[in-house]
Design a protein around this ligand. Structure first.
Ligand SMILES: [Zn+2]
Length: 411
């Protein structure tokens, strides 16, 4: 029997830790909401051991308790050492899902730990961290082998089995340097899965431009061995160096490639039609344009001009298109105000604020409530430093206490 493929998006961890790009906490919150709407299984929401993430994480956990975030697991990432686990539960007592990470390759054991940690010590430390997390009430926990792709297979098997026995729910295989290829990864992950009978997460980087290919191929190896697989993605592929496996491309690959469509059981909650919305928002929030040729969501993904192509596409779109714009949520005309427009933000007043919110269909109980929300919108805009979107304004109006907490950092 074959396993199922789930998606774990790591934009709010791998994406934001990336050099030169960053997200305001309000934008991270919006991404969690959009990932939930898209039916993604889990969001690696951030770093519970990092002080400036604490309020944001606790506020997002509150959104989950209030049912605003419905199915998405909000997961925190930390090192696989008992000290970090203790700190996680001190900072975010309500956290239910974790991923904990340890380097496993000889290169890193020598290069990072300078030979101070033996392999036996690694196994013992990670096992203790897992057991502690279980004692402290974690509901699900993944255990990461950082630099797994440069770690010998028997070591990985030993590490995954240790994880399984110590209470982990799955094993994360990291192609940290993006050095794997789709041909060999299939066999490698299949062998590992057969030996461990333990679900595998694929976490792949894009040094060779193959992050999506390696991810889906590895996932296929796991499901063919009868275990579930989880693909780590980021929105628009944002991530360390050359980036991570792009969320939309991974789903497109599973749904439309000749060899995988109808052969891989993808989590049925995943709604590809939300792609356009989430990709556009991430691009806006990160201040990074979507490349014109980005699969599914790039400006040219459904554009045809050259004589033969335009003629063919006009006769039948299937001549030159693998899937339709509507499949990724495109095709709605976007209405942007080009004439007189009233916005609300950092320096906005009550009249303009009321106008903006009445257009969103939001009314306030009384003047004092409206003024409280106006003040919060001012702070939110100060925090994001770009015009607030309609969905951000809705979140501010409907969940002011959550937004207030997300905006609060105490250095
Ligand atoms: Zn990574």
């Amino acid at each position: 029997m074959s396993g199922k493929v789930y998606l774990i998006d790591v934009t709010n961890r791998d994406g934001v830790q990336t050099s030169r790009i960053l997200l305001p906490k309000l934008s991270k919150t919006m991404l969690n909401i959009y990932l939930d709407e898209m039916g993604i299984y889990q969001s690696e929401a951030g770093f519970p051991t990092l002080k400036h993430e604490i309020n944001y994480l606790n506020a997002n956990l509150m959104l989950a308790r209030q049912g605003v975030i419905k199915r998405l697991h909000l997961e925190g990432w930390c090192r696989a050492i008992p000290e970090d686990i203790k700190l996680v539960f001190k900072n975010c007592p309500g956290i239910k899902h974790l991923n904990i990470s340890m380097s496993t390759s000889d290169v890193m054991l020598q290069g990072k730990f300078q030979g101070k940690r033996s392999w036996e010590n690694i196994l013992k430390t990670v096992s203790e961290a897992l057991k502690l997390a279980r004692d402290l009430g974690v509901e699900t926990i993944g255990v990461t082998a950082e630099d797994a792709s440069r770690t010998e297979l028997d070591r990985l098997i030993e590490f995954a089995l240790m994880g399984k026995e110590s209470g982990a729910d799955r094993f994360r295989y990291c192609d940290t340097l993006g050095a794997d290829d789709p041909i060999t990864i299939y066999e490698k992950i299949k062998t590992l899965s057969l030996a461990t009978k333990f679900p595998v997460e694929m976490h792949c980087h894009n040094e060779l431009g193959m992050a999506e290919a390696v991810s889906v191929s590895g996932a296929k190896g796991a499901v063919d061995a009868g275990v579930d697989s989880y693909i780590n993605t980021t929105i628009n592929g944002y991530g360390e160096r050359a980036g991570n496996c792009d969320l939309v491309s991974a789903v497109l690959g599973l749904k439309y490639s000749h060899g995988l469509k109808d052969k891989v059981h993808l989590d049925e909650h995943v709604d590809l039609k939300k792609s356009w919305k989430i990709a556009r928002y991430a691009s806006y929030a990160f201040n990074l344009p979507i490349p014109i040729s980005q699969p599914g969501v790039g400006a040219n993904a459904f554009a045809h001009e050259s004589g033969i192509h335009a003629d063919g596409a006009l006769k039948d779109s299937r001549n030159y298109e693998l899937y339709d714009p509507e499949d990724v949520g495109r095709g709605e005309p976007e209405l942007t105000e080009t004439g007189r427009v009233i916005t609300t933000g950092e320096y906005g007043g009550i009249k303009g604020f009321r106008h903006v919110f009445s257009k969103l269909g939001i009314e306030f109980r009384d003047d004092s409530e409206a003024r409280r929300i106006l003040e919060l919108a001012q702070y939110a805009n100060l925090h994001t430093q770009k015009p607030l979107t309609d969905d951000e304004l809705r979140l501010i109006a409907h969940h002011p206490e959550v937004v207030r907490s997300v905006l609060t950092v105490n250095p």
